[in-house]
Ligand binder design. Structure first.
Ligand SMILES: [Zn+2]
Length: 481
């Protein structure tokens, strides 16, 4: 019996009545294959899995092709964009798509829209294939997900092994870029809805509660990390540049923020803090882009209803400027690890050669700082300063002034009492996860490419994958897996 018999017994036109025949033929082949594996002494359940996956594929492909054709045939001959009736309609315009089950060919009707002055294929809109290349929605999702997690070459091999879908690197790269751009447009649209006050419909579903809302604290953590990109103008000129003493790569800032309601931060039985629902933004578009995105995300998490807003960040000046600009009146907190770095700078200035002495010196001050006794720490530094001259005095003075200027941001005891995170660890660990992907080699070493890819990854993390791919169940949340 031929391996391709399903393709010939399942007709193109969506009449499903011949399916039992195709299924019977498939069953027979599958049974034969499985029997061989069962008899073979050296084959495991893995071989059975492989056999079923392999033998079922052509049936799945044929079923998809017939079902999609039936759906295409139902599309009314009207313009899917303006609703005008199409003229000069002709049937049978073939187009093939790479799907989860292999190549599927659909014959579509084509008609002229007098109003839009262009040819239309109503079936493409019904099937969700209107603005796509050669990939079905399922394969588009696959490309977007795999490339946002893995370098393109690896993604291609992993997809082929796990799903059997063969997507050459160039196709995969192109498709992932296309999906990334689509994600960026979707983000833009959602953020603009926030600015126009349409945030209610957009609110994160698991936070939607019957009114009135209990008073809550909204926590916002901000951070930045470096990404290495190649400048497109410099492609192929690396040697030339190096000879001139220039490096053909640059490091750029990626800005990120995450926000959540304090009530969403809970402790696991093991004593670890987890955040049940939070929204993250990550952008290569500079501080202004971050400002717009993090504000919109905060709105989606209830900024307008929050009784109290807390912004946590490291020492970077842009964080406090952004806070004053977009979250005026918010409480501010300096990450304690970063605050302690300033005390360590003093410790090392006082005991440059003696790490043990530096550690002994810092111990009581560190405890005071974490107990919200910054004023006492500053007094202590003033005492130290009385005996210092020259460069060391200057160094210690700078750290002392830094702590004084940030005194309002050092209430760690209050934070502990209110059950708040002390520092911006949640955001820092998120940044590390992004770095895990973006510090690997890949095809996306341009600003535009990185932004598109990061945007995809952010939809995934924020459990909004179904907004990009409507066939994904709306409740799908990767962080709960
Ligand atoms: Zn039209």
């Amino acid at each position: 019996m031929s391996m391709n018999c399903c393709a010939t017994t399942v007709p193109h036109h969506g009449s499903f009545k011949v399916f039992p025949q195709a299924v019977a033929a498939w069953q027979e082949r599958l049974q034969a294959g499985l029997s061989r594996s069962i008899r073979a002494s050296d084959q495991t359940m893995g071989h059975l899995e492989e056999e079923i996956l392999h033998r079922t594929r052509e049936l799945e492909r044929a079923v998809l092709e017939a079902a999609a054709q039936s759906k295409a045939d139902q599309a009314p001959p009207v313009c899917p964009v303006c609703g005008n009736k199409l003229s000069r309609v002709t049937p049978g315009h073939e187009r093939s798509y790479q799907t989860r089950f292999g190549l599927v060919t659909i014959r579509r009707a084509r008609g002229w829209c007098r109003r839009c002055k262009c040819w239309r294929f109503p079936a493409d809109h019904v099937l969700g294939l209107a603005e796509t290349g050669s990939c079905s929605p399922g394969v588009q999702e696959m490309a977007a997900l795999a490339v946002s997690k893995l370098p393109v070459g690896e993604a291609s091999a992993v997809i082929e092994r796990l799903t059997g879908v063969k997507l050459p690197r160039a196709t995969l790269d192109r498709e992932a870029r296309r999906q990334g751009k689509r994600a960026e447009s979707k983000r833009q649209e959602m953020d603009e809805q926030c600015s126009r006050g349409l945030v209610r419909e957009q609110q994160v579903s698991e936070l939607r509660r019957p009114e009135p809302v209990e008073p809550f604290t909204l926590v916002i953590e901000l951070d930045a990390w470096n990404i290495r990109e190649r400048n497109e103008e410099q492609w192929g000129r690396a040697e030339e540049l190096r000879q001139n003493g220039e490096e053909p790569e640059w490091w750029h800032w990626v800005y990120g923020g995450t926000c959540f309601r304090l009530s969403q931060r809970v402790e696991t039985p093991g004593g670890r803090s987890v955040i049940l629902s939070r929204g993250t933004v990550m952008t290569r578009g500079g501080i202004d882009a971050l400002k717009q995105q993090v504000w919109a995300e905060a709105m989606r998490h209830g900024l307008a209803q929050a009784q109290d807003v807390l912004v946590i960040g490291d020492a970077a000046v842009w964080i406090w400027n952004l806070t004053e600009d977009r979250f005026a009146g918010a409480r501010q907190r300096l990450d304690p690890w970063h605050a302690l770095q300033h005390l360590w700078a003093v410790a090392h200035a006082l005991h440059p050669e003696d790490e043990a002495a530096a550690a002994a010196w810092i111990k009581p001050l560190k405890d005071k700082l974490l107990e919200s006794q910054a004023a006492e720490v500053i007094d202590e530094l003033d005492t130290v300063l009385e005996h210092l001259r020259g460069a060391r005095r200057k160094a210690v003075q700078a750290e002392r002034n830094y702590l004084e200027n940030n005194q309002e941001r050092l209430d760690y005891r209050g934070a502990k009492e209110r059950g708040e995170p002390l520092g911006s660890g949640a955001m820092e660990s998120t940044c590390k996860q992004y770095q895990g992907r973006f510090h690997r080699s890949g095809q996306f070493w341009t600003t535009a490419g990185d932004e598109a890819l990061m945007c995809l990854d952010t939809f995934w993390r924020n459990a909004r994958w179904s907004l990009l791919f409507p066939h994904v169940p709306a409740g799908f949340n990767p962080s709960r897996n």
